[in-house]
Ligand binder design. Structure first.
Ligand code: AMP
Length: 288
């Protein structure tokens, strides 16, 4: 790609989103020149530069145009409520924002929260939810260790990020309402100039090629010709499987792309149909 323009992409300096964002950029074949100790890291072989920021600064930086695009948790995007456009959900760092109450409390529905005090670091999302559901509750903002608030008498319940649910259980809490799911998202500044949009489109093309290959495997197997049609029926492939004759007459080699889980579920049937010499290989990128 020949261009003088550079697309500035904001990602999180540290934490779980940093690693997965850097990994995604690498999987797109983009080489970053300097480590994350530097605030700004230009890429060697693609017209982007990475700006490392705290996650809660990313929505505003993108809204103001300090960064053209950003990778951030949907939870932060919703909470900051800035003027940014959601370009793409990226499928990693999945979690949910949930309401949780002390274990053992009887819970018959959302009315439980009426008049209660809820501790959270996400007051904007929670306020909007309670307004929509017509619940009057007191929102108490705390920035860390939200889950300990009910145990120390600071609040009746909490609203926080839940992933495995382990943190809730170890603090004697039960999840009662999922308010919104969240994952890493790619956001952009409104009115991105066309030359930057062009770089973003190329980046998205690469991200989608990487995404498409996730969980997919390339399978090669040898099959007796009389069983070919049954085996091909099982292996749809991207368009249709490739079939090539083997040097030994009466046999063919079949190549296809499959979901990894398909392999484990169907290996016995493939073998019983006479498939031999089965190879399953990783796929790095998939362009269709
Ligand atoms: P868990 O015990 O797996 O439910 O994780 C709960 C805690 O991990 C939350 O209180 C968050 O601080 C953090 N956490 C889990 N998933 C994420 C995520 N995708 N993004 C940011 N923080 C997360």
């Amino acid at each position: 790609m020949k261009t003088e323009t550079t697309l500035r992409i904001a990602i999180q300096t540290k934490g779980r989103l940093n690693e997965e964002s850097v990994e995604l950029i690498k999987e797109c074949g983009i080489k970053l020149t300097i480590g994350k100790r530097q605030l700004l890291s230009p890429a060697k072989n693609f017209p982007i530069e990475v700006l490392y920021l705290r996650d809660d600064d990313i929505p505003e930086s993108v809204a103001d145009g300090v960064a053209d695009v950003g990778i951030v948790g949907e939870n932060e995007m919703l909470e900051k409520d800035k003027n940014v456009e959601l370009v793409k959900r990226l499928g990693f760092s999945r979690c949910r924002l949930s309401l949780a109450i002390p274990k053992g409390e009887f819970y018959a529905g959302r009315e439980w929260f009426e008049g209660k005090k809820i501790a959270t670091s996400y007051p904007v999302i929670l306020e909007k939810y309670f307004r929509e559901k017509k619940i009057n509750a007191e929102i108490h903002v705390i920035t860390g260790s939200v889950e300990i608030a009910p145990g120390i008498g600071l609040a009746d319940a909490i609203f926080d990020i839940v992933s495995s649910g382990g943190t809730l259980v170890s603090n004697g809490l039960q999840e009662v309402e999922v308010v919104t799911p969240s994952e890493a998202v790619l956001i952009k500044t409104p009115g991105l100039p066309p030359e930057k949009q062009c770089i973003l489109d190329e980046l998205l093309f690469r991200v989608e090629s990487v995404e498409r290959s996730k969980g997919k495997k390339y399978i090669l197997l040898n099959a007796p010709n009389e069983k070919l049609s049954k085996i091909i029926e099982m292996l749809p492939g991207m368009k249709s499987p490739t079939v090539m004759p083997l040097a030994e007459s009466g046999w063919s080699s079949v190549h296809s792309v499959i979901e990894e889980k398909f392999f484990w579920e169907n290996i016995s049937e493939l073998k019983s149909l006479g498939a031999e010499g089965i190879l399953v290989l990783p796929i790095e990128k998939m362009i269709i």
